[in-house]
Design a protein around this ligand. Structure first.
Ligand SMILES: Cc1cc2nc3c(=O)[nH]c(=O)nc-3n(C[C@H](O)[C@H](O)[C@H](O)COP(=O)(O)OP(=O)(O)OC[C@H]3O[C@@H](n4cnc5c(N)ncnc54)[C@H](O)[C@@H]3O)c2cc1C
Length: 348
């Protein structure tokens, strides 16, 4: 059944004249006195094209909610996972392949899900819902928001890092390993990403230094065993990076303390894998509160302090801060359910 919503925005300051015929659907147009004011009205606006975003879209669509999902990078952080061995139902699958499957699943709800690649510059609270302001000037309107913006890779802040970014300095071992075939590289960090990255690089590079400031690694034992079993991976523990040097490209690094008699190592590439921070800029500007560690604070139903705004995945305070595909998907499931209940309660 076609449902038409008519609203008078007459003197409402939010009602500047806009027209988006490409994403127009009949559930959602407004008439502004003498002129058509056409703005797509979705039930749910999802920000993020990663595991949490795709899962939210799948659940929203199954609730028959008109869903708009937008993200800057298709697949998100999942693209960096070389081998995923803990996604139920897949004994082993590559991260990009898993993300592609999730995307296709979300896209299969053609009538309900509109997907777009783009940057959300701002979320604005308006009467009856929210506006997403996208780069390029487009505005999309919806009644509830699910934030699934994940996290942002941390930088080291050492001398030479910025200068040689893209010239030997990388933040994704899985994505860039291929460019370092038979070369010597350093991986900085001691968590899952660093140890997994070193293991992947060990398969293509001639030599890998895995540099970690502590004695023990925090990564999954599966990956720690892998790096320890490879002869071309050398562990440089209780040490750190002081400077990245080069000419047009990276040629060497300087360590905090000598290793094997010298504090300089000749390398062709440096992989910075020192963790990530939750991508909370948008929710903070909207007025959402964070937990003491800087993650988006959400309740049991994944709702933030702002009614109608939910969060799921790596950016939130839930799941004991354990950032995984399964936890992102679980939170997204709850967020979509929470948003559905919210919309029902608000007269949907
Ligand atoms: C190297 C590596 C290996 C991993 N291996 C595993 C593993 O084996 N098993 C496992 O369970 N987990 C693994 N993980 C963790 C897993 O990848 C993440 O927990 C999961 O992908 C998080 O999903 P997410 O949807 O919360 O965030 P993300 O995947 O980071 O998605 C965030 C999305 O939001 C978008 N976005 C952010 N800001 C904006 C904005 N302003 N406008 C528009 N879009 C925006 C991004 O472009 C992206 O599309 C690994 C992670 C890494 C880095």
């Amino acid at each position: 059944m076609r449902v038409y919503q008519f609203r008078h925005f007459g003197k409402d300051p939010e009602g500047s004249l806009q027209c988006f015929p490409h994403s127009f659907h009949l559930q959602s147009f407004y008439i502004l006195h003498f002129t058509f004011y056409i703005l797509p009205m979705y039930d749910i606006l999802i920000i993020g094209l990663g595991c949490a975003g795709y899962t939210s879209a799948i659940y929203s669509a199954r609730y028959k909610l008109k869903t708009f999902i937008v993200g800057q990078e298709e697949g998100g952080m999942g693209n960096g996972a070389a081998e995923v061995g803990n996604w139920p139902g897949e004994i082993e699958i590559k991260g990009p392949e898993l993300m592609e499957k999730m995307k296709k699943h979300a896209q299969s709800f053609q009538d309900l899900v509109t997907m777009k690649v783009g940057l959300v510059k701002e979320i604005e609270k308006v009467k009856g819902g929210f506006h997403l302001h996208l780069d390029g000037g487009e505005t999309v309107e919806g009644r509830a928001v699910i934030l699934a913006t994940g996290s942002v890779k941390r930088h080291l802040g050492v001398k030479g890092e910025k200068e040689f970014a893209g010239k030997g300095v990388s933040y994704c071992a899985t994505c860039d390993a291929f460019f370092f075939r038979n070369k010597t590289v350093a991986v900085i960090g001691g968590g899952d990403s660093a140890v997994e990255g070193a293991a992947i690089l060990g398969q293509v590079a001639k030599k890998v230094y895995l540099i970690h400031r502590r004695k023990e690694f925090r990564a999954e034992p599966f990956w720690v065993d892998k790096v320890k079993s490879r002869e071309n991976i050398e562990l440089v523990t209780e040490n750190g990076l002081q400077e990245i040097r080069g000419d047009k490209k990276v040629t060497s690094i300087q360590l905090n303390a000598p290793h094997g008699g010298s504090d300089t190592l000749a390398v062709d590439g440096v992989f910075v894998e020192v963790g990530s921070d939750p991508a909370v800029e948008l929710p903070v500007r909207l007025g959402c509160t964070l937990d003491e560690r800087g993650f988006l604070k959400v309740g049991e139903d994944q709702q933030t302090n702002i009614p109608g705004v939910f969060g799921a995945g790596d950016l939130t305070s839930n799941s004991n801060h354990f950032a995984q595909f399964t936890t992102a998907a679980g939170e997204a499931t709850v967020a979509a359910n929470g948003a559905f209940n919210y919309l029902q309660g608000s007269g949907k």
